[in-house]
Write a protein that binds this ligand. Structure first.
Ligand SMILES: Nc1nc2c(c(=O)[nH]1)N[C@H]1C(S)=C(S)[C@@H](COP(=O)(O)OP(=O)(O)OC[C@H]3O[C@@H](n4cnc5c(=O)[nH]c(N)nc54)[C@H](O)[C@@H]3O)O[C@H]1N2
Ligand SMILES: Nc1nc2c(c(=O)[nH]1)N[C@H]1C(S)=C(S)[C@@H](COP(=O)(O)OP(=O)(O)OC[C@H]3O[C@@H](n4cnc5c(=O)[nH]c(N)nc54)[C@H](O)[C@@H]3O)O[C@H]1N2
Ligand code: SF4
Ligand SMILES: [Mo]
Length: 739
């Protein structure tokens, strides 16, 4: 047995990117602890991060390429996998490059090279059909930022050190660890805001963990944020609280915006939001009187029906009150290079392709996930016949899983690159084994690195902590090899493809016994050097992160927006038109939708991460972790004749699931909640998770071009209309599963 070694790294599961210390023996991680001396992450970590090695060392981990033969998976060599996949891609591409699609999942986002190389492969193929988890997550924000600031990744974030009033709308950072800003230790950071007299007010259909820390909470009905913000803005203008002197010189559309919100008085919207007019007026006064105020939003808002309009209005509130680009308001980060300027010059994110189904505009190089099944199932020359899935599990996480299952089963080629044989991989023709985060060198992911979205800015690098096992390979190498095998060049560039092949060859000569692949450290090192940020080796000498300066207020407005005129566009025509189309939605929210209709929302838990941490034994023991539940308010449960532990049928227009009931006082009555990412009973390669009960809530979400939010392509995953009733028929553990 070799000596215990201590290695510094950082977590790549969620945006908090916690600094970690791993104890390694015989090339195995034996324990992980938080890095208490980390400059940016303050010794914080969570149980997922601390137990992740259990997930990576599991006997279920993919270690070799697999091929489905009949009903079973057989181990094959990389050579065979690449050759067979490449041959099929060539054949399909000969008919139409668009018949080859890709789905990029959320795990891809946490490696800096993975999404770049996956996208490079699709560019090489020449296919427009890329999909990603972003239309289940945050595409509404990208759509709003593109129209307002000219660049999807200009995502202003709260100046957490100085904010005096923070509205938290549709996000639960205490559990999710913040989104669209790197904030480790959210409870500590929120308590600091309060300790200096700041106020944090949570607007959410549930009295969340964050609301408990904030101490102030206002219930809002699901899907009603757009009306809340319309009235909020109306009140700002009506009470003369718009900071015209500050915003007018740097913006366009102020008057159109004012006119568009004029009719939405707090009295009018109260019936839709459930927030009385007087309370809304008080919120506006608190917000505007603060010396620095911001609105923090998240997926609860984005997955609703009008996420783009709601996000746009939130940005407008911040801008017209003078809080954009201001101390204590919101800041626009800066990464290691001028990403926005570079993207503009290179013509990135400006492709004008339209989807075959629904004629959707491409946003950030991707189409709405909720049309994927239609793109596969609808005959035609560009029909998707082959799909590459990378770092995601769409079968569990996308809308209308039932229909998607049928669609995936019809593909001529499904290739999944993952660390596990998850549900989606269980349907694949080929499954490619990826390295885990602890087996690869890395820089922080794109938000902190390229965009400086960090509450405490720093730069960091990590080497791999342990070596790959079996024939696991990193995704940058996998997509380079897939391009070669498919007869295409990464990024459509012969020079790039030849350069990468040369790099691979040189690496092979240096490390003949390792899995063939690219020298990842070299590529990462080049990124740092070319942007003038030292070297990879130098960064490794800062295991607690190398501090950077926080972006200063006053550096964005008038200087950085990449709209054609350099102004912030407060009234993009499509958004203004959108406010004119809200009548039906308003009527639906205000007229009551008939007895027994509930609005279904999500609920993340500390121990689960979307669909992929249920395979860790340590996180799934305990009575309440054996299944997901439907959470119901006690008053609603009484009306429905349901008690804690009863089994209920939950039904939407799209599907039905059966789950045990838990009573939850913290819900707004009329709202029920079901956590997503459950229902693993049919996964072939999740030994722990498939023994759990539970149901996949996305069997209830609708898909298809009419179901998506039209401005951004977001799926509607929160605020779904459902009925709930005592289960009819047999009540046993297996029957809970709706998958
Ligand atoms: N109802 C409902 N649905 C939701 C949500 C919700 O709140 N409610 N949330 C949505 C959100 S925000 C998101 S982002 C999506 C997520 O949707 P997806 O990205 O499709 O799903 P994940 O469950 O995050 O799957 C991540 C996969 O990556 C694999 N993986 C982990 N590390 C690596 C790695 O290093 N390399 C590779 N190749 N694979 C790796 C895991 O094993 C897992 O299979 O789900 C969405 N769906
Ligand atoms: N533990 C854990 N952490 C995670 C993840 C995980 O699965 N588990 N997933 C990671 C991922 S991929 C992401 S994108 C982030 C997401 O991070 P967040 O956006 O913070 O996601 P949630 O924690 O689901 O918080 C959404 C909140 O919106 C509320 N809500 C639902 N509908 C509405 C509505 O219509 N209006 C309003 N105002 N509120 C509403 C919900 O009650 C909930 O409190 O979390 C990341 N971190
Ligand atoms: S909060 Fe947990 S999962 Fe997220 S980065 Fe930190 S340790 Fe990893
Ligand atoms: Mo996400």
């Amino acid at each position: 047995m070799s000596q215990l070694e201590t290695k510094y790294t950082f977590c790549r599961i969620c945006e908090a990117s916690c600094g970690l210390v791993a104890d390694v023996q015989d090339d195995k991680v034996v324990s992980i602890a938080p890095n208490r001396d980390h400059h940016g992450t303050l010794g914080f970590s969570c149980m997922k991060g601390l137990h992740q090695h259990r997930m990576y060392d599991s006997p279920d981990r993919l270690r070799y390429p697999l091929k489905r033969v009949g009903d079973t998976f057989e181990r094959i060599s990389w050579g065979q996998a690449l050759a067979e996949i490449g041959a099929k891609v060539r054949q399909l591409r000969g008919v139409s490059p668009h018949s080859i699609g890709m789905y990029v999942g959320t795990a891809a986002g946490f490696s800096i090279l993975h999404p770049i190389f996956a996208e490079g492969f699709m560019q090489g193929i020449g296919s427009r059909n890329t999909f990603s988890s972003s239309t289940q997550d945050c595409a509404n924000r990208f759509a709003a930022a593109t129209e307002m600031y000219g660049f999807p990744f200009f995502q202003p974030f709260v100046d957490l050190d100085n904010v005096e009033c923070m509205l938290v709308v549709g996000t639960n950072p205490v559990v999710s660890k913040w989104t669209f800003l790197q904030v480790a230790h959210p409870i500590k950071r929120m308590k600091e805001v309060k300790a200096r007299g700041g106020r944090i007010i949570v607007i959410d259909p549930r009295h969340t963990e964050t609301a408990k820390v904030a101490g102030e909470h206002v219930f809002i009905r699901p899907n009603a944020d757009v009306f809340f913000f319309l009235a909020f803005l109306q009140e700002i203008f009506a009470t003369g609280r718009c900071d015209e002197a500050r915003i007018r010189p740097h913006s366009s559309g102020l008057d159109e915006l004012r006119a568009a919100v004029a009719d939405w008085t707090p009295e009018k919207t109260a019936a839709a939001t459930g927030i009385p007019a007087a309370q809304l007026r008080q919120l506006v006064a608190t917000f505007c009187d603060a010396n620095g105020a911001a609105i923090v939003t998240g997926t609860g808002l984005g997955m609703g029906q009008d996420g783009t309009l709601a996000q746009w209005l939130a940005e407008c509130i911040i801008a017209v009150t003078g809080n954009l680009d201001r101390r204590g308001g919101t800041l626009v980060g800066a990464g290691i290079f001028d990403f926005a300027g570079y993207a503009k010059k290179a013509g990135m994110f400006t492709r004008k392709a339209r989807s075959r189904i629904g004629n959707f505009r491409e946003l950030n190089g991707g189409f709405p996930g909720a049309i994927l099944a239609d793109e596969i199932l609808t005959p035609g020359r560009d029909q998707i016949k082959s799909l590459f899935v990378t770092g995601g599990n769409p079968l569990m996480t996308m809308a209308n899983s039932g229909r998607l299952r049928d669609a995936l089963a019809q593909l001529e080629l499904l290739v999944v690159t993952d660390i596990y044989l998850n549900e989606t991989a269980s349907l694949a023709h080929y499954v490619l084994p990826a390295t885990s985060p602890l087996q690869r060198p890395d820089l922080p992911f794109v938000f902190p690195l390229f965009l400086g979205m960090q509450s405490i800015p720093y730069l960091a690098a990590t080497d791999s902590v342990v070596e790959p096992e079996g024939e696991q390979r990193d995704e940058a190498s996998i997509y380079t090899d897939l391009a070669t095998a498919s007869g295409v060049n990464l990024f459509g560039s012969k020079a790039v493809q030849w350069f990468l092949r040369g790099l691979k060859l040189a690496n092979r000569l240096r490390h003949p016994r390792a899995q063939p692949g690219l020298p990842q450290r070299f590529i990462l090192d080049q990124m740092l050097r070319r942007s003038g940020h030292g070297s990879f080796r130098e960064l490794l000498r800062h295991p607690g992160g190398k501090p950077r300066d926080q972006v200063a207020p006053g550096t964005f407005l008038g200087k950085r927006p990449t709209t054609d005129d350099g102004l912030v566009h407060l009234a993009p025509p499509e958004f203004i038109a959108g406010t004119g189309l809200l009548g039906e939605r308003f009527t639906a929210l205000t007229s009551g939708e008939g007895d027994g209709v509930f609005r279904l929302i999500s609920k993340r838990a500390h121990s689960t991460h979307n669909s992929w941490t249920q395979n860790i034994d340590e996180l799934t023991n305990g009575e309440h972790n054996q299944t997901n539940h439907v959470y119901v308010h006690p008053a609603d449960a009484a009306k429905l004749g349901l008690a804690e532990g009863d089994v209920a049928d939950i039904e939407s227009a799209t599907g039905a699931i059966r789950l045990p009931v838990r009573l939850l006082e913290e819900l707004m009555p009329g709202t029920v909640s079901v956590p997503h990412g459950w229902g693993h009973q049919h996964a072939r390669g999740l030994g722990v998770a498939s023994r759990l009960a539970g149901a996949n809530v996305n069997l209830l979400a609708s898909d298809g071009p009419d179901s998506v939010e039209q401005l951004s392509g977001m799926s509607h995953l929160s605020g779904i209309a459902v009925t709930v009733r005592a289960a009819a028929g047999p009540v046993n553990r297996q029957s809970w599963s709706g998958c």
